[in-house]
Ligand binder design. Structure first.
Ligand SMILES: N[C@@H](CCC[C@H](N)C(=O)O)C(=O)O
Length: 276
């Protein structure tokens, strides 16, 4: 089976995006892993498949897999690449697009600047919605990792996040502690682990150890989760510039009950074809 794809990135978080509207595509876990493999495949952090919608009134559906082959609920940088992809491929002419995802319908829109803004929905804060093993909802929770008690915010942006504040993100133990947090038994579906350095009330630096992908250059839902965490801790104002290793994202969260808005780049790198 030959599949056409487009390689894309959002702030360096890279994707293989596949059109399953005009070609018939059905991938198993091993095929996803092979496409995502940086040595034996195309290479990407996540694979995104664009399909027709299942419900009238929506424009598309997309599904996302991590590079380890596991299907996930949401992907912020991927949602921006999705918009650029469907427009570039001529699958739509709309600049505001209703798309079904595993965590609900979202409505990303193309800005006149070429960037994409996504209404990521309201953060889900109840432990059961993450899911996270805790008796009650709190702003932060103690989490013991290798005998050290961390203070983490835990929330879902459609997918699960645990965010801690660090003094210097460059020296944070992202690659050692990240996998320990990802697989902590308090998270039955594992978790994305964010390390946030607060620079000022409107600026943070962020690194994320992603569930199923390892450290990526940027994580869109991770940026939303970090800003929500910082605002709830009283450290940040509502509009925040998030500097990731792959570039800046702009996040706005007016507060409880409101959606998180994320703005950033969506870049096509090349088109290709892979034989599976
Ligand atoms: N890179 C993404 C998040 C992708 C999914 C994540 N690794 C998970 O397992 O939940 C983003 O930009 O949000």
């Amino acid at each position: 089976m030959k599949i056409r794809f487009t390689k894309m990135h959002g702030q360096g978080n890279d994707f293989v995006v596949i059109d399953a509207v005009r070609q018939s595509v059905s991938l198993d876990r091993e095929q996803v892993r092979r496409i995502a493999d940086r040595h034996f495949g195309v290479g990407c952090d996540q694979l995104l498949v664009v399909e027709p919608p299942t419900t009238a009134g929506n424009d598309f559906r997309y599904r996302i897999w991590n590079s380890d082959g596991g299907e996930v609920e949401q992907c912020g940088n991927g949602s921006r690449c999705f918009v650029r992809f469907v427009l570039d491929q001529g699958l739509t002419t709309k600049t505001e697009i209703r798309v079904e995802t595993a965590s609900g319908v979202i409505v990303p829109r193309l800005e006149s600047t070429g960037q994409v803004t996504v209404d990521m929905g309201a953060p889900r804060l109840a432990p059961a919605q993450v899911p996270f093993d805790a008796a009650e909802e709190r702003v932060t929770y103690p989490l013991v990792v290798d005998g050290v008690t961390l203070e983490v915010s835990v929330l879902s942006m459609g997918n699960p996040h645990a965010v801690q504040v660090v003094d210097d993100v460059d020296r944070a133990p992202v690659t050692t502690q990240g996998p320990r947090i990802e697989n902590h038994p308090a998270f039955p579906k594992r978790v994305n682990a964010g390390f946030m350095q607060v620079v000022s009330r409107d600026a943070i630096r962020l690194r994320v150890w992603e569930r199923g992908a390892g450290e990526t250059l940027a994580c869109g839902t991770g940026a939303c989760a970090a800003v929500v965490s910082g605002i709830r801790r009283g450290l940040l104002d509502s509009r925040v510039r998030v500097t990731t290793r792959g570039g800046p994202l702009s996040i706005l969260w007016p507060g409880p009950g409101h959606a998180v808005m994320m703005t950033g780049d969506a870049v096509r790198v090349f088109d290709g074809e892979i034989e599976l």
